[in-house]
Write a protein that binds this ligand. Structure first.
Ligand code: GH3
Ligand code: MG
Ligand code: MG
Length: 289
């Protein structure tokens, strides 16, 4: 009955509605569909709305889905309890049509902005690549996925050679332009499923899911050659740079980043503009010229 009412009241809103008649099936539905919003009745047969809310908020996958409680008008305790459990808002029954629509719209708007904000916090402002905090969190997830599915995984560290000299010669804006252009070449050269990050100042890190270290070495070699052959432009001046690369694979476990970094250090030590693979019998590549 309440479902028919909601369907009628929200029919002009740009939303698609899915219904569940009790707590357990509502929870299952939310976990499968990952909806943008949950309208949750406190009174339900079996598991009540509070318990459903508790479980949704305890699950990493569903914890950010906004919840609007449906409560009786005089049930102040219920409203407080719902909000304390993490609900975004409540609507009292019987619904006022305009209020129901406005609260649904406002909740969706806020949740969209929060989503944008959390995404922005993971993006590097200069290059538009993922930032280090995203990288660290994604590497942990990709490592465990690779182990569970017994798939290869590589990590590539890339550092621009003598970048300090670029800043000294062309100024900080010139250096910034090179960082943006190198980032662009990395994105162009990688697969869509690769995770490309600005790890720090002039250092980039790439996670290659499903990529063994020899595959990653091939990729790094192509990226290295592409960057070395490119001419970057800043205020009418052509700037050229080279990069050094270090690679490690899933065999290094939690130390993968440290191992890639050690390989990078070796690439620097061996003359820069080259690719080194950690613990590999693979011949490391030499500069093109
Ligand atoms: P190496 O070949 O050993 O890597 O030498 P390098 O000069 O690249 O390394 P170093 O660590 O000495 O210098 C890195 C420079 O990167 C110094 C720093 O000012 C510059 N840098 C870091 N972040 C930025 C940035 O956002 N913009 C610009 N323009 N420069 C940056
Ligand atoms: Mg450098
Ligand atoms: Mg560096």
């Amino acid at each position: 009955m309440i479902h028919t009412l909601l369907t009628a009241r929200l029919k002009d809103e740009p939303v698609r509605l899915t219904f569940a008649s009790d707590g357990a099936s509502g929870l299952a539905c939310a976990t499968t569909l990952l909806p943008d919003l949950v309208l949750l009745d406190v009174d339900m047969p079996g598991m009540d709305g509070f318990e459903v809310c508790r479980r949704l908020k305890a699950d990493q996958q569903t914890k950010d889905i906004p919840i609007i409680f449906l409560t009786g008008a005089s049930e102040t305790d219920e409203k407080i309890k719902g909000l304390d459990l993490g609900a975004t808002d409540y609507i009292t029954k019987p619904f006022d049509i305009a209020e129901l629509r406005a609260r649904v719209r406002a909740t969706l708007r806020t949740s969209y902005l929060l989503h944008l904000l959390s995404k922005k916090a993971m993006i590097d402002g200069l290059t538009g690549l993922w930032n280090r905090s995203y990288f660290d969190q994604r590497l942990t997830a990709e490592l465990s996925l690779a182990r569970r599915s017994n798939k290869p995984l590589s990590c590539i560290m890339c550092d621009i050679d003598h970048f300090k000299q670029v800043n000294d010669r062309y100024g900080h804006p010139g250096g910034d332009q090179v960082l943006r252009d190198v980032a662009h070449l990395l994105v162009e050269g990688c697969r869509v499923e690769d995770v490309i990050c600005r790890y720090g100042g002039e250092e980039f890190a790439i996670i290659g899911p499903n990529t063994p270290s020899n595959g990653a070495a091939g990729l790094a070699e192509r990226l290295r050659a592409g960057i070395a052959q490119s001419e970057f432009h800043h205020q009418g001046t052509a700037i050229r740079v080279t990069c050094s690369f270090g690679i490690a694979d899933v065999e290094s476990g939690q130390q993968i980043l440290q191992c890639a970094d050690e390989a990078l250090y070796r690439a620097k030590h061996c003359g820069r503009n080259r690719v080194e693979v950690q613990n590999a019998q693979l011949a490391s590549s030499k500069p093109a010229a």
